[in-house]
Design a protein around this ligand. Structure first.
Ligand SMILES: Cc1cc2nc3c(=O)[nH]c(=O)nc-3n(C[C@H](O)[C@H](O)[C@H](O)COP(=O)(O)OP(=O)(O)OC[C@H]3O[C@@H](n4cnc5c(N)ncnc54)[C@H](O)[C@@H]3O)c2cc1C
Length: 310
């Protein structure tokens, strides 16, 4: 069986999420090819060639793929996919933008957010914000799926020696163009890759208080910062801090939920964290259903106290 994995990257570095997708591909079993579609992306292809378990890397290097415009990349992937049984990508913004289009172009259904591989054509995926797990069997000729990275331990980034082949074909749909992007520069670890996440909710009260109370804790722990949707909607912190069903899915070693009630949509994004600490003044808050450690108190006093003891 042959598997095409779409690399997630920024033309310079390979996103670690690709290693989780390769891990899922290994669970399926078969020959794994990684496609790097980008511009000036030779370094990414070289990195992909070193991934343990990858047998071939396809490098489609053209200005048409510079910004991962889904219309262009999907057309390329759909064309290449005809030689494969599986097409997999990470459940990242890029993967979720490209793969549904690929499935539509191939006229097959797709499986989103794979969290387990049961057999060659049977997969598990969360539904209802993770409150139920569906087991899905696909009889499609080509199985197209996004993989939730937090559900698969990454394969080693080094150890492989795949060949890199150039793809000459260029697909430029000519129907969209890249205008600009604004990337928030952070001194802290990236939310989805961090080992420790300190998140704040509506309970922190304001953006000013979010930073006053939570920054010292995140600094002490070397943590990334996250937030509930209520905190983001209230403008305390930017959108890309949001953890949950409509935000980022994280599974760090330690997740601290501070002033967050624990709505199911928030839990959907963090309940797979290894250790969950909740700080909340309400001992009935639903976050206690997933918390390993549970501190009842006013965050404005207990967090500074905690920081002073770390
Ligand atoms: C379709 C849909 C998608 C959604 N997606 C997401 C998502 O991706 N992520 C997400 O987070 N939400 C999401 N939501 C919103 C979600 O339902 C909740 O509204 C939201 O998570 C609540 O945020 P919160 O816990 O910060 O606020 P609240 O529910 O208001 O909780 C605030 C908590 O802070 C505590 N608190 C207050 N003051 C203090 C204090 N001084 N000290 C200690 N504790 C204090 C309170 O006891 C309370 O438990 C979604 C909703 C819908 C309908």
């Amino acid at each position: 069986m042959s598997i095409l994995v779409i690399a997630d990257h920024n033309n310079q570095t390979l996103n670690g999420a690709t290693l989780n997708v390769v891990a899922a591909a290994q669970k399926i079993g078969g020959d794994i090819t990684v496609l790097v579609a980008g511009s000036g992306a030779q370094a990414v292809a070289d990195a992909a060639a070193k991934i343990a378990g990858v047998s071939k890397v396809l490098l489609a290097d053209n200005a048409a793929y510079a910004n991962q415009l889904a219309e262009n990349v999907a057309a390329l992937v759909a064309d290449l996919a005809k030689g494969y049984k599986y097409v997999l990508a990470a459940s990242t913004t890029t993967g979720k933008n490209i793969l549904p289009r690929v499935a539509a172009l191939l006229d097959v259904s797709m499986i989103s957010d794979i969290i387990a591989v049961e057999s060659a054509n049977t997969f598990k995926r969360p539904i209802y914000a993770g409150n139920a797990i569906a087991t899905v069997q696909s009889d499609e000729a080509i199985i197209v799926g996004t993989v939730r990275g937090t559900a698969f331990d990454p394969v080693a980034a080094e150890g492989g020696s795949a060949v890199v082949e150039a793809v000459a074909e260029v697909k430029d749909a000519g129907i969209s163009k890249f205008v600009s992007e604004e990337i928030v520069k952070l001194d802290r670890p990236e939310l989805t890759a961090a080992r420790i996440v300190v998140s704040g909710g509506r309970g922190v009260g304001s953006g000013e208080n979010y930073h006053k109370v939570l920054d010292p804790l995140a600094d002490k722990l070397g943590a990334a910062q996250g937030a509930s949707r209520a905190a983001v909607d209230a403008g305390f912190v930017p959108n890309d801090f949001q953890v949950g069903q409509t935000g980022k899915i994280v599974a760090p070693d330690l997740y601290m939920a501070i002033g967050i009630s624990g709505a199911i949509q928030h839990l959907a994004g963090m309940k797979d964290s290894k250790v969950i600490v909740a700080i909340n003044k309400d001992e009935e808050a639903p976050i206690n259903s997933v918390a390993d450690y549970w501190l009842v108190g006013d965050l404005n006093t207990v967090v500074p106290e905690l920081v002073s003891k770390l």
